[in-house]
Design a protein around this ligand. Structure first.
Ligand code: NAP
Ligand code: ZN
Length: 352
């Protein structure tokens, strides 16, 4: 089997370090990809630190992958060697159940195979993610990239941060005439802001970081509200059609629910370590709706990539060598990244 090199957390909360492991031999419907870039999602940190429990270690995180196809199995039709390709949060699913057939592979009734911290279909072997030099993925789970090649690093975060925010914005009709709030200006939040703005919605960014206000405006916010400013928050009550909450840490959701207009919808995509508390009145008053959203299926992910390519949308990134991954994690936890770290995998080997 082909040997891969990457970075892994050997155990929960252990710092990441070099790790060698086996990738499977190419099956007829597999695509082999040399990984060029991989985004650093806050979910990588939650899982490498086992904040959600049940982590499979050693863990090679990374589910925002872009690279170049190096080989394809005999039955592969959509990709050939040399093509650019992307891999997001999923590498396989049963493809038979109702959810898979409807294109919602993330909700596979038999359990989808996550790109890392998951299990392969059939064999049950652990999956290893994009902090590595190559990956082998079933064709149906490989995404086409139509952005210019020079954007490949900045496209990587679209594979998770992009689809996770695009899906609920589309589902709840963000567009002209709609007032959309985005809570948290991190990896997901800055994509939500760019996407909602591009869809023609009026977008208000909520942030706990004063030093991000100017950036939020540059990224497309019509207005920016500092969440610690009680008067400014009170002035926003009962005004929003839709709010997307991307915050990764415990926070008061009721404050944001109270900003929804009658029958307005708030979707949670952030996954804090501990449960969030909701006061019944925050929903009852105003007939408000609270929803959730998990990444996206393969058809929606391809739609999102094509939409972003057509609208010149990429992520704002800071490129790092893999050797800086542990420092990058610390900075993400402190909300100190503008706005996504992306690993340049050429740093894994001195010759690239
Ligand atoms: P991130 O880059 O760390 O962004 C999170 C943002 O939340 C921060 O930039 C910060 O924004 C705000 N924040 C952090 N701590 C806060 C606190 N204590 N109080 C208030 N605001 C705080 O993380 P990300 O990669 O965007 O991921 C966000 C969350 O979504 C994570 O929990 C991740 O696991 C989850 N996620 C979910 C899905 C899904 O399918 N649902 C997919 C991917 C990720 P400001 O500085 O602007 O306040
Ligand atoms: Zn992610």
């Amino acid at each position: 089997m082909p040997t891969a090199s990457g970075y892994a957390a050997a155990a929960a909360k252990a710092p990441l370090g070099p790790f060698s492991f086996e990738r499977r031999e190419l099956r007829p419907n597999d695509v082999a990809i040399k990984i060029l870039y991989c985004g650093v999602c806050h979910s990588d940190i939650h899982q490498a630190r086992d904040e959600w429990g049940g982590g499979v270690f050693p863990m090679v995180p990374g589910h925002e992958i872009t690279g170049r196809v190096t080989a394809v199995g005999g039955a592969v039709k959509k990709f050939k060697s040399g093509d650019l390709a992307g891999v997001g949060c999923l590498v396989d699913s049963c493809m038979q159940c109702d959810n898979c057939r409807a294109g919602f592979q993330q909700h596979c009734e038999r359990g989808a195979s996550l790109t890392y911290n998951g299990r392969e279909q059939g064999t049950g072997a652990p999956t290893y993610g994009g902090y590595s030099d190559h990956i082998v993925v079933r064709e149906e789970f490989t995404l086409r990239i139509t952005h210019p090649e020079k954007d490949l690093a900045a496209v990587a975060p679209l594979l998770c941060a992009g689809i996770t925010t695009y899906n609920p914005l589309v589902r709840w009709g963000a567009g002209p005439g709609k007032r959309v709030g985005v809570v948290g200006l991190g990896g997901l939040g800055h994509m939500a802001l760019k996407l909602a703005h591009s869809m023609g919605a009026e977008v208000v960014q909520f942030t706990s970081s004063k030093n991000k206000i100017a950036d939020a405006k540059r990224l497309g916010a019509d207005r920016v509200v500092l969440s610690s400013d009680a008067a400014a928050m009170a002035a926003e009550r009962n005004r929003f059609d839709f709010i997307l909450d991307t915050v990764s840490a415990p926070h008061d959701m009721n404050t944001y629910l109270n900003l929804l207009r009658r029958a307005g919808v708030m979707t949670i995509v952030g996954v804090p370590e501990k449960p969030l508390e909701i006061a019944a009145f925050s929903l009852i008053l105003g007939d408000r709706v609270l929803a959730g959203s998990a990444i996206g299926g393969l058809p929606a992910t391809q739609d999102m990539l094509d939409y972003c390519a057509a609208h010149n949308i990429v992520s704002d990134i800071e490129i790092i060598p893999i050797q800086q991954i542990n420092t990058a994690y610390e900075r993400v936890v402190k909300s100190d990244v503008k706005y996504r770290f992306v690993i340049d995998l050429a740093s894994l080997s001195p010759r690239g």
